[in-house]
Design a protein around this ligand. Structure first.
Ligand code: URA
Length: 290
């Protein structure tokens, strides 16, 4: 920090939480500056000041955002004794980053890795997260009724899904290729939605994550996100926050807590589809869709 900044801005840039969450922490008397409790969120802090939350010192850090096109067979966690590879190992110094949300091991496509806990927390809201578009190959015939149900909401064991955007791209004798856009982030949601309609998912690829697309990113590829992309992600997160009218913020969450929440939401006992996909992402021509 080269010049003074607001306490709340400092806390947000240290990855403690969103500005609003940090504002609350300050007002609740949880933050000290040089050992003194400060309850005024816009108090200026200087480079030499020691800021602590609940007694633990916090420091500014360089925030990093990486977009990865996860290949099949890679776990989207930081560590998994059962997986051959984990996503953080696909990027240099990836072990300092956390995946925002989860994809199944057999799903391909976009995942953001970051050390910005505040942004990750907002993007991952389970009921109204950022919009995600999937290319889906299913087995069976997709009827008009099935499309209508996807658009209205599918009844799952954990409740009716929010209306999805869906386009049928191609129907062949045995399989169909669709684009599906959802903003919820429930465990194995896409596979369960289609299975509930009698259409087992054979291949699943996330081709858009909020404002980001997989264009130019081959499976296993990654790119560091800079200015415009990060601004666009931040705007997407703002929309999430607005959509849930403040509920998305909750308590400020550390990245470790965000990761634990993603695990809980995504990895517990959801019904599996009955067949492993075989290709490298759904594509009309049989080539990879990325
Ligand atoms: N929905 C699923 O069923 N699986 C994924 O990996 C992502 C979304």
């Amino acid at each position: 920090m080269s010049s003074p900044m607001n306490l709340v801005v400092f806390l947000a840039r240290a990855g403690v939480g969103s500005r609003r969450a940090c504002d609350e922490l300050v007002r609740d008397g949880k933050v000290t500056v040089n050992g003194e409790v400060v309850t005024f969120p816009r108090q200026k802090v200087e480079p030499a000041d020691v800021v602590a939350v609940d007694g633990a010192p916090v420091a500014l850090k360089t925030l990093r955002y990486v977009l990865v096109n996860k290949p099949r067979g890679v776990a989207s966690t930081r560590s998994d004794p059962h997986a051959e590879r984990v996503i953080v190992d696909l990027v240099p110094d990836g072990r300092t980053l956390f995946p925002v949300g989860r994809l199944d091991v057999d799903t391909t496509g976009l995942i953001v890795l970051t050390n910005d806990g505040a942004l990750a927390n907002r993007l991952m809201h389970p009921r109204y997260g950022v919009q995600k578009t999937y290319a889906v190959r299913v087995r069976g015939k997709v009827t008009k009724r099935a499309l209508a149900t996807l658009r209205e909401g599918v009844v799952l064991e954990d409740g009716v899904t929010a209306p999805a955007e869906v386009t049928l791209r191609k129907q062949s004798a045995k399989t169909a290729l669709l684009d599906l856009t959802i903003h919820e982030g429930r465990k194995r949601q896409v596979k369960r939605m289609f299975l509930a309609l009698g259409l087992p998912v054979e291949e699943l690829h996330r081709r858009r994550y909020g404002p980001l697309s997989d264009k130019g990113l081959s499976p296993g590829g990654f790119r560091e996100l800079g200015g415009d992309d990060v601004d666009a992600l931040r705007r997407a997160a703002e929309e999430v926050t607005a959509a849930v009218a403040g509920e998305a913020e909750g308590e400020p969450m550390s990245l470790a807590a965000a990761e634990a929440a993603a695990d809980e939401a995504f990895e517990e006992g959801a019904p599996e589809v009955d067949r492993e996909p075989s290709g490298n992402g759904p594509a009309e021509s049989g080539s990879a869709s990325t």
